[in-house]
Design a binder for this molecule. Structure first.
Ligand SMILES: [Zn+2]
Length: 591
């Protein structure tokens, strides 16, 4: 067994490690280049990874040891084995609203999309989530979080729909129960009819924890608590959410410091920065991770480091919305835990976690020079870094004995990568290679660039219909996007008859039997084409006033009187410079 990828010296060729001295394995991936990301950061130009049930039992250099001769061997030559990628920020439902408000800032984009999102229901979310999760798997993702914060009163069990979708696709899932309770009438950004009352939020969040959270080792499902952002949530809800999360032993998440507009909002409404605001509420800590953090000053970075608060870096979404570039080098140098996220599909139409790994490296270098982030370091953010943010670093994020068998096998012997000197650079800086195999908990989810747990074509068709149904429902409310006024939905749209009725979308349920390669041990080879995206919603137009419908006017808590919002009072200030600081020389990243 030989690997076609060029060899990379791996130090002293350390011996492989085994789980508790055991040498059992149900199958072994052999002859591949292995990037372990173990504590020694061992990398083998030709090695093997042994799996028994849900766990990795060995990862080592060279040929498969004699003690594993009884295990089924899968020839993985020509491939690079890495830990499965970990996605730390997403909004799965947004798959149904991709391709909209494409040239808007965050606040403009939100203002345009909030009324559309107000019409989602469980079936739309199920179809959108299944598509988003299926595509995530295709980009090497084995574990993902979801931040769902839109809960229409008539929308049904939207959180439950995301959980079912994740189980169907087969990814390890960390959904968070999000929330918004600060509507326009009380000083927030979202319209009043998409916010909830604080009591409803806390009750539903507690119920979600009791219903779904599985804290056991190897868990496939853990819940978090995630009020949406400082400009859509009251201080009371932020405080009570943190108390609930900590009393329940679950993790805490929100958006923070994403744009200069948010910075201005906090300065004007609260008299402090977004980070100071959360700090004043006792939010920061090792059980918290924050999405974006593009606009952090040095003091904010220092507070995140001192408290162990993590950051979900979402470079493509930040670029798509023109929000800026996160100071990842400064965060890492300060010791802040950093992971990667694709963010919602409506602000990142690519939605590729491997793409975020690449963007993290390229963006850091664009502002900090070619040594600002190595390819391996970017890959580490997308694996171990993400695992740490989700509190799973002892179980996932590296290829080591005793860790869960979440493994990505990338094919590097095709035209774009064959013969390249550095396989890790090929993966991170080159075009996306075929994903030969993706294992989650030892189970095959992707084989030869195809998801095998669901029928991709049915998933794509359901997502397309979900987007169209949502567009028609939103248009019924007079919500439209750009261009000219469309005809009445029943006359022009194949989904017209569904308007005003609950959507009945086909559930993607056809299952393909588990990998024949795993069962038979035959070599993995070949690939099929990338199916590409389906279901971009048509660009709609302002349709004029639609039929009136009840507006959710919950008993919103009153906004605190104007004045400093933080414990540490600061003079209000205008937008400050967000230019990233020059990189300080730091230690070379281990390979
Ligand atoms: Zn987000």
């Amino acid at each position: 067994m030989t690997s076609s990828v060029s060899p990379r010296p791996s130090g002293d060729d350390p011996p492989s490690t085994t789980a508790g001295g055991a040498s059992s394995a149900s199958f072994v991936l052999s002859g591949c280049h292995v990037l372990t990301l173990n504590p020694q950061r061992d990398e083998y130009a030709s090695g093997y990874v042994a799996v028994d049930g849900t766990q990795i039992t060995e990862a080592g250099p060279g040929p498969v040891p004699e003690r594993l001769a009884g295990a089924r061997q899968i020839d993985a030559s020509g491939c690079l084995a890495t830990p499965g990628l970990v996605n730390t920020h997403h909004h799965l439902y947004q798959w149904a609203t991709r391709g909209r408000a494409v040239d808007a800032t965050l606040f403009g984009w939100l203002t345009e999309l909030y009324p559309v999102w107000a019409r989602i229901d469980a079936e739309i979310v199920r179809a959108a989530s299944t598509a988003a999760l299926t595509w995530l798997a295709r980009s090497g993702c084995t574990t993902t979080m979801d931040h769902h914060y839109v809960f229409p009163r008539a929308g049904g069990d939207v959180l439950g729909a995301t959980v079912e979708s994740a189980a169907e696709v087969g990814l390890r899932f960390h959904p968070t129960r999000g929330s918004m309770d600060l509507g326009e009438s009380t000083g927030g950004l979202p319209p009043d009819d998409v916010v909830e009352h604080i009591d409803a939020v806390i009750g539903a969040t507690q119920a979600a924890i009791e219903r779904f959270h599985d804290p056991s080792p190897g868990s496939m499902l853990r819940i978090g608590v995630a009020p949406c952002s400082p400009f859509s949530v009251t201080r009371e809800l932020l405080t009570e959410s943190a108390a609930l999360a900590r009393s329940s032993g679950v993790r805490l998440h929100t958006h923070l410091a994403e744009t200069a507009d948010e910075d201005d909002y906090c300065a004007e409404q609260l008299g402090c920065t977004p980070a100071e605001y959360l700090d004043s509420l006792g939010w920061l800590g090792g059980d918290v991770w924050l999405a974006h953090c593009v606009h952090l000053d040095d003091a904010g970075i220092a507070r995140l480091a001192a408290t162990g608060t993590g950051v979900a870096h979402c470079p493509d979404s930040n670029a798509r919305l023109g929000a800026g570039i996160c100071r990842t080098r400064a965060l890492l140098d300060a010791g802040v835990p950093v992971g990667l996220g694709v963010d919602g599909a409506a602000s990142n139409e690519a939605s590729s976690l491997l793409g975020e790994v690449s963007a993290a490296a390229r963006f850091a270098r664009a502002v900090g020079g070619p040594q600002a982030m190595t390819a391996a370091e970017a890959l580490e953010l997308g694996t171990l870094g993400g695992a740490r943010l989700l509190g799973r670093e002892a179980e996932i994020g590296s290829l080591e004995a005793g860790k869960l068998a979440d493994i990505a096998l990338w094919r590097l012997d095709r035209l774009p990568q064959a013969g390249i000197a550095d396989p890790v650079a090929a993966l991170v800086l080159g075009p996306p290679p075929p994903l030969e195999l993706l294992l989650v908990n030892g189970q095959v989810v992707v084989e030869r660039d195809r998801v095998v747990t669901v029928d991709e074509q049915r998933v794509a068709e359901s997502a397309r219909r979900a987007g169209e149904v949502l567009a028609v429902l939103a248009r019924g409310d007079g919500v439209g996007l750009g261009g000219t006024t469309p005809p009445d939905p029943p006359a022009c749209h194949p989904l017209g008859p569904t308007v005003g009725r609950p959507s009945r979308l086909a559930r993607p349920s056809a299952r393909i039997p588990p990998s024949a390669a795993i069962r038979s041990g035959r070599p993995l080879a070949g690939r099929r084409g990338w199916p590409g995206f389906a279901g971009f919603s048509p660009r709609l137009t302002p349709a004029g006033p639609g039929p009136s419908r009840p507006v959710l006017r919950a008993r919103l808590p009153q906004r605190s009187p104007a004045g400093p919002g933080c414990a540490s009072t600061r003079p209000r200030r205008r937008r400050r410079s967000t230019r990233p600081a020059a990189r300080k020389p730091g230690p070379a990243a281990p390979r």
